[in-house]
Design a protein around this ligand. Sequence first.
Ligand code: NAP
Ligand code: G4F
Length: 342
Amino acid sequence: MARRALITGITGQDGSYLAEHLLREGYEVWGLVRGQANPRVPRVRRLLQDVRLVRGDLLDQGSLISAVEKAQPDEVYNLGAISFVPMSWEQAELTGEVTGMGVLRVLEAIRVCSGITASRGSSARQIRFYQASSSEMFGQVRETPQTERTPFHPRSPYGVAKAYGHFLTQNYRESYGMFAVSGILFNHESPRRGAEFVTRKVSLGVARIKLGLASELRLGNLEARRDWGFAGDFVRAMHLMLSAAEPEDYVIGTGRTHSVRELVEAAFGAAGLDWERHVVCDSSLHRPAEVDLLCADPKKARTQLGWEPTVSFEDLVAMMVEADLRLLADGRDPEQDNPSWP
Ligand code: NAP
Ligand code: G4F
């Protein structure tokens, strides 16, 4: 019988790549969708036709229990979150509820549906759990590169909420013997990335300028450094973690770091443009507290899981610029449509 996976965050970037990966691996895939008229759901229905949808919300414990009862998953991937860091200052409480407490609610849904109690430990049928932890938890980094042992110093309400979810996942593993793991993922991007994140903002900006639809691109801090990889590579790591013999946490990143300035140079260069003629630095886009430098040490994932990234920073940037040039040239809406979806 096919293994069954339930994915929260199915309408997001990672949800789409993970669903495709698990379908290719022969899984029956279920996706949690929220809201009575969520505008992203029709796209999922159209583009991920083999995924079964179940209604639920990370804010609503009962709905998560119902979703687990309905999907009967062997594996649950908790990708749902308020994931845009600046929003976490504007809506700090909501971020805590969705990105932090949401993890507790999913773990509780699994625990209750599996009949696990502190005294009885885990049931015969274990549901494996993956938590989407983040390199934002390292924040003001204590060492470089960052490993599974690097202490956390989050710099945003988002990072703090992720740290809560991370420790809670560890705690459920230790308290109840659950197969519950966190992937500490560094930034990963693709043509499906939300337009609010810097890579996609830049690739869309370059495409608009190249096609004569705009002349400038306003950006914040150009000096911040990130370890950027390709989302399609990173979802493979999620699946490998839940397929491992033992439940353990892993850092997932490329081990290479670039500044936003280098990203901008590469993206404008890919379209044959001079970035200095178009980029405007806007201090209103700076954050109350910045994460200056992220760089992964993915050695544990490489040696224990056999995981390797396959797309370089340069190829990733070129892929995103090319996809957005095609998208805008076809007159499509970047929020609704994307030619790189299947
Ligand atoms: P994304 O594109 O922003 O997707 C976020 C997903 O969360 C969407 O499907 C959204 O659904 C869902 N969501 C938001 N509020 C919800 C709620 N109350 N109940 C249920 N679902 C809700 O994020 P992503 O880039 O795919 O990232 C996936 C996960 O990995 C996130 O947890 C993110 O924090 C984490 N992460 C991402 C990166 C990265 O670089 N991409 C790195 C480290 C960790 P709606 O369509 O309903 O809004
Ligand atoms: O693309 P970003 O918004 O991503 P950020 O904040 O690193 O968070 C992403 O990666 C995390 C993993 O490390 C995830 F957990 C999180 O969910 C999300 O996916 O910003 C990257 C950098 C920042 O330093 C920011 O200050 O780019 C800088 N930046 C400069 N100008 C900008 C802009 N970021 C955005 N979004 N927009 C700008 O105009």
